[in-house]
Design a protein around this ligand. Sequence first.
Ligand code: SAH
Length: 601
Amino acid sequence: MAGTITFVGAGPGAPDLITLRGVEALKRADLVIYAGSLVNEQLLDYAPPAARRVNSAGLDFTAVIAEIKAAYEAGKAVVRLHTGDPAMYGAVAEQYRELDRLGLPYSVVPGVSSVFAAAAALKTEFTMPGLSQSAILTRDAGRTPVPDGEALEKLAACGCTLCIFLSVAGIRQLTQKLLAAGRSPQTPAAVVYRASWPNEIVVRGTVADIAGKVEAAGIKRQSIIIVGEVLERSGELSSLYNKHFAHGYRTADPRDGFHGRCALFALSAQGTCKAVEIAAGLGDEAKVFVPEKHAHLVPCARLETYPEGGFADTYTGAWKRFDALVMVMAAGIVVRHAAKLCRSKLHDPAVVVCDEAGDYAVSLLSGHLGGANRLARAIAGITGGKPVITTATDVRKLMAFDELAARFRYRLLNPKALVRIATAMLDGEALELTMPPALFQNFYADNPEFRYQGASPDGAIQVRHAASDTVLRLEKLRYAVGVGCRRNAPAEEIAAAVDAALETAGLVYDDIDCFASIDLKQDEAGLLEAAKNAGKTVRFFTAAELNRIEVPHPSLAAREKLGVNSVSEAAALLAAGPGAQLVLDKQIHSQATVAIAEVKS
Ligand code: SAH
């Protein structure tokens, strides 16, 4: 029986900076061949006591290959342990080539390179906006020559961050080359000796003085040299965390997104991987349903498995429990199973079908009211694929009234009128619209067939098709925001928690009737200020009133401190009135908790 050959990156030195996969390979090893002084011998403790340990420092290339070959042919597990990551100055390419020639299979496990351990020791980032967006990993010419085009004098001229291996012994000449390349003597420079080892040394300076400092510290080898502005200057704020950038980058209006609970289904291993990728982009709540044999591909927090042959039942169950089903599989399977379950666009969940490559996200059912069109767009945004939307209004760039209802939170009072109105719209017949002016301006003002009749005081919408005397009526849904907060919680933090909750639920402040909390917070300045800034009143309830309400997430802390089971969820439900239901369960922030309930009309 043949053995195994695994090249493993040992990491920079600290024995806990090897990868888990590397450790697993060591645990199974019969023979470990490790390279020289920079592999920490404590790593060998991961290997079984009986495993042979060979230091390759004492062997030439042919001898190393002979050891590997003999062990492999004897059915042994061989680990070839290289410092840092094998791909940087690891002299692995020649070993790979020889093993290929001999027809011996092998695999490679990456490692943490010393260059990244040095960055960690320096607490720096090699790439900072405005300073440098590249790092060059290189070495100065030594016993091993460097190709002409890569001479340090040339590379240094571009001004980016330099990470220099194997060169600290010649640091004085090296700094001369940097100056010759036009780098200023004041350019920050640092040297990290034996990064992550107990005897690590960090020396900081400039191109002008680093050589002297390194010599004074007695450092002659085993160091990474870093040169670049990133070491000193703070740079600009990365646009990743820039508030304005982030806002511009996200869907500008939360109502353009999808906000329900999603169940993703996959059948194949490839499909499972794609489903996991999509779920990660859809948010914490999205669950991934897969056959048991693929369970290992799904993070535990999202995993739902079903037994062999259990797909149909599981799908039927999820149909009732979730707002959306995302099916990563052939459309035929989805259609056949959905056929038995479909009721109407008022009841059915959104169904989106996606191919395992993620090239297409097909909005299959409940495109408007259920939000499948918005969900398909969101999924295509995650996978880099194309949303496939077939609803005629969308194809013609018209805002359908059921889509308007779903996005802007209206209830259809007479959904039966929808078909007549939609047909009239598509046929270009005149419709009389009563709605808030902003909605009319945004979606209908450009088309002369839409005749504006003004707004109704309660925000309700009416669409009248005079030709058939059909009137579609939509009523504005209202919400209450329940807020619990710590004593002296600052207004900004409460406002940020409410902002986040609204965004998660796809709501805006206009949808909100009021804030609600416990009467013990009647004098809570931050809460009152946050509500005032939002233009909302706060309704306060007593502990007795709050305790009469059953909530999904009772809180032990609230019980102990305030004598109630829940503040945010119970207050939201009470303020929203009888029959209200939570549309957003309690969201916990450091200073405040927030929940949102929908008023039942
Ligand atoms: N493959 C290794 C590099 C091997 S070449 C890696 O990815 O890190 C050996 C050179 O790497 C040394 O001369 C030194 O420049 C650098 N090096 C390796 N380990 C180091 C450590 N712990 N601290 C600083 N430099 C180190």
